[in-house]
Design a protein around this ligand. Structure first.
Ligand code: HEM
Length: 367
């Protein structure tokens, strides 16, 4: 203990860490009615860090070559000590990241935290969601198994229905007419290089914006005396008499992170096959099309929507309009009221939209 205290003092003398903790963290007050949903952002930060660590460990043995990729993943799973655990952490973690991202987004929707002056927070978050979907899609191909090969063939093929540029776009994504060596090279570069870097930068911008405005006041719970933004000039939303971030809310963050890790471990240790189905254990074969090709659960709704319409371009246009609406929501919904029950039209539309998405996902799973 004494040894740790000495190290802390050594660092404190050089960096003034005590001042950071007491003034910046203890003095950083959150609304009195802040709730557990506000800790999902911290859970996401932990998930992202875990994905980076496990991803770097996988890179030590993974070979991005169509003749070697499948075997290198099998080697990691069977021969490398703890290799199976690291791979499951990474594969299950990517799905869990998307699940928590959606929960974070839904909580912000219902608490109205996307409203002015937080349009940019929402927009950066929305792009983070797109990038997270992109990093999952590109990572899915890397094990080079039947499922990943054919799911990528179907996913990239969707782009071909875009008028004029469709065919060129597919070739750009695949690096050729078919999914092959160059597709694997491109997806690998995106997955381990460009996309993680973009996500890290965007998370930085997202956190910077939150630091500048302060967190929003939830529309329910204890009454809060914050200085709400009126639209004339920049205001930092202060919460006098609020809850200190450190140690109070930090404890809530730790509880949420521990709960998340407990659920995560349940999936990793007891139900990993939900995320890695049996077709993932068969090497990719471009000559044999499996009878059922399904994308990952987070793309099932998109996949089912495409099947509903007589032509793919109509399906893609409907989805593009829905995504644009979601991205621009803070600019469309300008009302000041944030309580979900006091804006019934919004709540009705949001709940219907979420139920529709869940319905399409389940339909896509069983169709
Ligand atoms: C890797 C992805 C993400 C990370 C690491 C992240 C992190 C955070 C953190 C730490 C906070 C502050 C506390 C909180 O309210 O939870 C926050 C707030 C916020 N996030 Fe995210 N977020 C991510 C994705 C998203 C997405 C997908 C959206 C929506 C499309 C979004 C929209 C917002 C908004 C509007 C706030 C402000 C809430 C307020 O001030 O009350 N974020 N985020």
């Amino acid at each position: 203990m004494e040894f740790l205290r000495n190290i802390y003092n050594w660092i404190d003398v050089r960096l003034g860490t005590h001042e950071i903790i007491t003034e910046k963290r203890t003095g950083y007050l959150l609304p009195r009615n802040v709730n557990a949903w506000y800790s999902l952002g911290s859970v996401l930060l932990v998930i992202f860090c875990l994905q980076i660590i496990t991803g770097m460990l996988l890179m030590l043995y993974y070979v991005p070559d169509i003749d070697k990729a499948f075997d290198s993943v099998s080697f990691i799973m069977t021969e490398i000590p703890l290799g199976r655990l690291v791979r499951l952490f990474h594969a299950v973690g990517s799905s869990m990241m998307l699940l928590v991202l959606l929960l974070h987004m839904f909580s912000i929707l219902f608490m109205g935290s996307y409203k002015s002056p937080r349009e940019l927070h929402w927009l950066t978050g929305f792009f983070l969601l797109l990038l997270a979907m992109g990093i999952s899609l590109t990572g899915y191909l890397l094990p080079w198994n039947q499922l990943s090969f054919w799911a990528t063939t179907v996913a990239t093929d969707c782009a071909s229905s875009i008028p004029f540029i469709g065919e060129n776009l597919v070739e750009l994504l695949r690096g050729g007419k078919q999914v092959g060596l160059h597709t694997l090279g491109r997806f690998y570069t995106l997955h381990v290089g460009l996309l993680p870097a973009l996500i890290a930068v965007l998370i930085g911008v997202h956190l910077f914006l939150i630091q500048r405005t302060g967190v929003s006041t939830p529309p329910f719970g204890l009454e809060d005396t914050s200085n709400q933004w009126k639209g004339e000039s920049f205001v930092y939303e202060e919460h006098p008499g609020g809850i200190p971030f450190f140690p109070n809310f930090f404890l809530q963050d730790m509880i949420s992170i521990s709960l998340y890790l407990a659920c995560f471990m349940v999936f990793v240790f007891f139900f990993p096959n939900i995320f890695i189905p049996s077709t993932s254990y068969v090497p990719a074969n471009p000559l044999v099309t499996p009878s059922h090709i399904k994308p990952e659960w987070y793309f099932l709704a998109n996949y089912q929507t495409l099947k509903l319409f007589p032509s793919e371009i109509i399906g893609l246009t409907v989805q593009a309009i829905a995504m644009a609406f979601l991205a621009l929501l803070p600019f469309i919904d300008r009302g000041e009221e944030k309580h979900p029950l006091k804006r019934p039209l919004f709540t009705f539309c949001a709940v219907s939209g979420i139920l529709l998405w869940i319905g399409m996902t389940v339909w896509g799973l069983y169709s």
